[in-house]
Design a binder for this molecule. Structure first.
Ligand SMILES: [Zn+2]
Length: 481
């Protein structure tokens, strides 16, 4: 019997870690997990939550999202919370395109202020480095304030977002030296622009032409190049939103060489194909594009064999009218919803976060493609380890933050825009039936979601600094199957 009274006793559930599933009770006191054990029914607690029949998961960490369009951190974090996410790590970039001549550091500070005031979930930050950013001063200063991960685009040269290779090498060297992690969107932007221009010149601008302008070879080439640069600079490298089947060979090769290389895929690349683009046009436009069934199956194989280390959502909340009109809502009339308009003018991105856990559980665990412990590795433990949040986040153990999700595997429900909580007014998972739902979630000992309602007010969210000495852990090899 512990002398201090706990706030919560979560009793009768099956606690899931990246290693095992075991029948354990969890005592929460204050913000942390106080004690865990097979039977803590003798312990005093203010409130007991019956978790029998449920899985007790560490809160999901969504390490890939962009709350900068229709959904900012306020509504994005609410939507994420309903999906069993307790920590989000958004990408923040300078705001030169909004006419603000700031540095990434300025933008990060502004974001932290906004999120402290309006997020319902704890958050970290990844910085995006663009070609005109001063990486020499920015990288070390950002790492000092706990922003240890730096995303660079190898594509979008005409949108002014592509990082030139020489600057990318320098940023990787600085990240490596200061304990950071490089992240890349791996696609060859010059080739994509060449193909888009060629197709446009030939009048081929419909939905069926989109994927043809961003073929798999461009992802493979860029990933090989980035991993080569990471080898030369000895920099840990995280490749975001992997989509092409051949990427498994790239990951296997460089991981086999001992490079600290991490792969991420997303629920959309695990479940949807180019058919969604053919069916829905602009609404399904993302980069890299949705690919073929062989690719989604390869993504599952990668997750199951440890070649792919994490699943992130790549949430980017747009309303339909913003998708059609390339982000400019006032241009909705005559936008790309017209058959005559170009698919290349529509916005990139979609809202994939709230459905991430149910989709990964349904398609992964229910269909026998991955185990539930592997799900916890890729959605909780690994992002925490790679981005320096472990073991406060990502695992349920004594002393860790009480970020806990109760997942009921017996609830059958249908995903759709009507039941999601973001401002984005559509979902590509519309009508998908899934078995299993997060029903209660808690952050640092405070209930966030219960009875289908948001219980936590804004103003409680905490900025989580990445601890660079913990970051960039070495995965324990991949399984050859
Ligand atoms: Zn993204």
């Amino acid at each position: 019997m512990t002398t201090q009274r706990a706030d919560y006793l979560i009793s009768g559930g099956l606690v899931v870690s990246g290693e095992s599933i075991s029948r354990q009770d969890v005592l929460v006191r204050g913000e942390a997990i106080m004690k865990m054990g097979p039977d803590l029914s003798g312990e005093a607690a203010v409130r007991t939550i019956d978790a029998s029949g449920m899985y007790v998961l560490p809160g999901i960490i969504d390490a890939h999202n962009h709350p900068v369009n229709a959904d900012r951190i306020d509504t994005f974090s609410i939507s994420a919370a309903f999906g069993g996410v307790t920590t989000v790590i958004p990408f923040i970039r300078n705001r030169h395109d909004e006419g603000i001549q700031d540095t990434p550091l300025d933008a990060v500070e502004a974001f932290i202020e906004e999120a402290r005031a309006s997020s319902v979930l704890d958050f970290g930050v990844h910085a995006i480095l663009l070609g005109d950013d001063d990486v020499e001063t920015q990288v070390p200063r950002l790492i000092e304030m706990g922003v240890i991960s730096f995303k660079m685009f190898m594509t979008y040269p005409r949108r002014g977002m592509m990082m030139p290779d020489d600057r990318m090498l320098r940023a990787m060297e600085l990240a490596s030296r200061n304990g950071g992690v490089a992240m890349v969107h791996a696609e060859n932007g010059y080739c994509i622009d060449y193909l888009v221009e060629k197709f446009t010149g030939e009048g081929k601008t419909s939905r069926e032409h989109y994927a043809q302008t961003q073929p798999r070879i461009l992802e493979i080439e860029a990933a090989n190049r980035a991993a080569t640069y990471a080898t030369v600079t000895d920099c840990p490298l995280y490749i975001v939103h992997i989509s092409a089947r051949e990427m498994l060979e790239v990951l296997a090769h460089f991981k086999g060489e001992g490079i600290r290389l991490y792969g991420e895929t997303c629920p959309q690349y695990l479940d949807l194909t180019n058919q969604a683009m053919l069916d829905h046009g602009a609404l399904a436009k993302i980069g890299p594009p949705l690919r073929e069934r062989e690719d989604t199956e390869a993504m599952w194989k990668g997750v199951a064999t440890n070649l792919i280390d994490t699943i992130g959502s790549d949430f980017c909340g747009f309303r339909k009218d913003q998708k059609y009109s390339g982000g400019q809502s006032e241009r909705v009339e005559g936008g790309a919803q017209d058959a005559a308009a170009s698919i290349f003018d529509a916005s990139f991105g979609g809202n994939w976060c709230e459905q991430m856990l149910p989709v990964v559980y349904e398609e992964g665990v229910n269909r026998g493609r991955i185990t539930l412990t592997r799900l916890v590795q890729v959605l909780c433990e690994n992002p925490a380890k790679i981005f320096g949040l472990y073991p406060r986040k990502g695992v349920l153990q004594e002393g860790a933050d009480a970020d806990i999700v109760l997942f009921d595997p017996s609830i059958r429900h249908t995903l759709g825009a009507d039941s999601q909580h973001c401002l984005s007014d559509f979902t590509m998972f519309e009508g998908k039936e899934v078995l299993g739902k997060p029903v209660v979630s808690m952050q640092r000992g405070e209930i966030i979601i219960e009875d289908g309602e948001l219980k936590r007010p804004v103003g409680r969210a905490r900025y989580c600094q990445g601890n660079s000495s913990l970051a960039a852990w070495s995965p324990t090899g991949h399984k050859i199957v």
